[in-house]
Design a protein around this ligand. Structure first.
Ligand code: BTN
Length: 249
């Protein structure tokens, strides 16, 4: 990972640039980093705010020999790798919100956007883009985000070195990625992932795309990374993607 790094002071979106690179020959593990993004994207077509030189905006362009059904596993261990790297480097305790938001003191500091292209049994490329709110100040968040998001600087009262954080994350990710491609047992990763998750046995609401949100109790994460929920009607369902929130009732 990161033998080739493309750096831009300003770009529309590092994920979009990775997509362009993927149209031609590319190496597994090319990295795109930006100082700021003009059209940073989040999941569900949301905007991802990217104030200049205050955050980490990065995409990994990968060519893993895995099938579509294993993509959720890939995104889960990415979240775990980032989480572990940040905890070690910054000396903080983080929480993962399934599938791949990372929270500090219950507020979001990192989001991951995975985009895949190819056929069911033959993946052409996977783009894993992540944004980390490193040195954001409170004014960088608009009113809707203020209560939900935070930054490392706000929480630790210290300006953090973005470059060093990136280096550490890439080193940690590299190890997870290599082990995974070498067929390391996913159960071990899952165990670590679950220990960072606080919603097991909690009542949650899950929304999938435009469907009406449903509520239930989280039972477990399956081996493929799906969230297993006992729905309020008693049935048990598995979700490979979606967005969850704690049920206030
Ligand atoms: C989310 O939580 O909704 C995912 C956010 C992903 C943001 C990153 S920043 C780098 C990369 N480029 C983008 O346009 N988005 C991702």
């Amino acid at each position: 990972i990161g033998k080739t790094i493309h750096y831009f002071e300003e770009i529309s979106s590092t994920n979009d640039y990775a997509k362009k690179l993927a149209q031609n020959a590319f190496e597994d593990g090319e990295v795109i980093i930006a100082g700021t993004q003009k059209s940073g994207r989040g999941r569900f077509s949301r905007e991802w705010i990217s104030p200049p030189n205050k955050g980490i905006y990065i995409s990994l362009l990968l060519k893993p020999q895995i099938s579509f059904e294993n993509i959720t596993q890939l995104t889960l261990f990415t979240a775990l790798a980032i989480c572990n790297a940040l905890e070690e480097y910054v000396g903080i305790n983080l929480e993962i919100k399934w599938p791949n938001d990372i929270l500090l003191n219950s507020k979001k500091i990192c989001g991951i956007l995975t985009e895949i292209s190819g056929e069911v049994d033959k993946i052409n490329h996977v783009i894993i883009g992540f944004g980390i709110n490193v040195n954001f100040d409170k004014v960088d968040f608009d009113d809707t985000l203020k209560n939900k998001a935070t930054s490392l600087k706000i929480e630790t009262s210290k300006t953090q070195d973005r470059k060093k954080i990136i280096q550490h994350i890439l080193t940690v990710f590299d190890k997870y990625y290599e082990d995974y491609l070498n067929g390391e047992n996913f159960e071990n990763i899952l165990k670590q992932y679950k220990s960072k998750m606080t919603i097991i046995e909690k009542n949650i609401v899950i929304s999938i795309h435009n469907n009406t949100p449903a509520s239930g109790t989280v039972i477990d994460i399956t081996n493929s990374g799906a969230l297993k929920i006992k729905m309020s009607d008693g049935s048990v369902k598995e979700f490979l993607s979606g967005e969850i929130s704690l049920n206030p009732i």
